[in-house]
Write a protein that binds this ligand. Structure first.
Ligand SMILES: [Zn+2]
Ligand SMILES: [Zn+2]
Length: 265
C-alpha cells in the first residue's frame, strides 16, 4: 500500500508536520509514501510564485527519510501547477533538484487559479470544461518532464458538470486525446481519492474516463490521497483498489529517482 500525493507544511495550504505524516502512514500500514508539496509558479492573485524553499525542503526531507527508514520508504516529490507559458521554468526547476516523482496538475485556466476564481455565476459549464481540458491537452502535448498527470477531472470539485461527461462530445474527444498522449509518452494517470472527500461520489478520474483509459490500453496508474492533514493519508485506498480491479487494472506504480516500478493490487 502506498500514497504518492501528500502535502506537508511546506505547502501553503497545509499545516501538517512530517512526523505526524510518518506516524499515520506507519499506523495505516503504508510501505511507500511520497511527499508532493505544491509549486505553483505565477499563480497567486498578484501573479507571484507559490512555493517552498527547495534547499529547506530537501534538507528536512533527507532527515525525515532517514529517521523512519526502518518502517517506511519515503520519497521526495513535488506537485507542479502547470500553465502553458511555464514549460521552460518548470523544466529548469525540476532538473535542478533530485526529485523522485513529479505530479503535473492543472490548477488554473487562462492564468486564473480555479480554486480562487471559480465563483462567477456567469461561467458556462460546457465551455469552461472545454477550455480546461484543452489546456491540459496543450500541457501534456508540450511538456515532458513529469511522471503522472494529477487529478485529471479536478475541475468537477468546483463546477456542476457531471451531466456533460459520458457521451461522445467535444469534451470527451479532448479527454481521449489527453489519455492517448499520456499513453504514447509513457506517463502516468493519477488515481486521486480526494474526490470522495469532496462528495463527488467517485474517485478522480471518474468511471467514464477510467474506462476510456483502460480501453485505450493505459496501464500506468499512480495513487494519491492528496492529503493536507495526516488523517487523510491513504484515504479510501481500499475503495480505490476495488474500483481499479473492477476495471481490470492489476498494478499501481511507484516512483523512485524518476523511474517507475509496478506493485500488484
Ligand atoms: Zn492539485
Ligand atoms: Zn495536491
Amino acid at each position: 500500500m502506498l500514497d504518492f500525493h501528500i502535502h506537508s507544511d511546506f505547502s501553503v495550504d497545509s499545516k501538517e508536520n512530517l512526523d505526524n505524516i510518518a506516524k499515520k502512514a506507519i499506523e495505516r500500514n503504508l510501505k511507500y509514501i511520497c511527499i508532493t508539496d505544491h509549486v505553483d509558479f505565477e499563480s497567486s492573485i498578484d501573479g507571484a510564485d507559490i512555493m517552498f524553499r527547495p534547499e529547506d525542503y530537501f534538507r528536512d526531507l533527507k532527515k525525515f527519510k532517514h529517521k523512519y527508514k526502518n518502517d517506511l520508504e519515503i520519497l521526495v516529490g513535488v506537485e507542479i501547477g502547470m500553465q502553458p507559458n511555464l514549460y521552460n521554468r518548470y523544466d529548469e526547476f525540476i532538473n535542478n533538484y533530485p526529485f523522485d516523482f513529479v505530479i503535473m496538475s492543472i490548477h488554473s485556466i487562462n492564468g486564473k487559479d480555479i480554486f480562487n476564481s471559480f465563483e462567477s455565476p456567469n461561467l458556462d459549464p460546457s465551455k469552461t470544461l472545454e477550455i480546461y481540458y484543452s489546456e491540459i491537452l496543450e500541457c501534456v502535448s508540450n511538456f515532458n518532464n513529469y511522471d503522472t498527470l494529477g487529478h485529471i477531472d479536478f475541475i468537477d470539485r468546483y463546477l456542476n458538470t457531471q451531466y456533460l461527461y459520458g457521451e461522445k462530445n467535444k469534451i470527451s474527444i479532448i479527454i481521449e486525446q489527453i489519455l492517448e498522449s499520456l499513453i504514447k509518452n509513457n506517463k502516468g494517470l493519477e488515481i486521486n481519492t480526494a474526490a470522495l472527500r469532496y462528495n463527488l461520489g467517485f474517485i478522480h478520474p471518474k468511471p467514464s474516463i477510467l474506462q476510456l483509459y483502460k480501453n485505450l490500453g493505459g496501464e500506468i496508474l499512480t495513487f494519491g490521497s492528496d492529503s493536507h492533514v495526516c488523517d487523510h493519508i491513504g484515504y479510501e485506498f481500499k475503495s480505490a483498489e476495488r474500483i481499479l480491479r473492477e476495471f481490470g487494472f492489476r498494478h499501481l506504480y511507484y516512483f523512485k529517482q524518476r523511474k517507475k516500478y509496478p506493485i500488484d493490487i
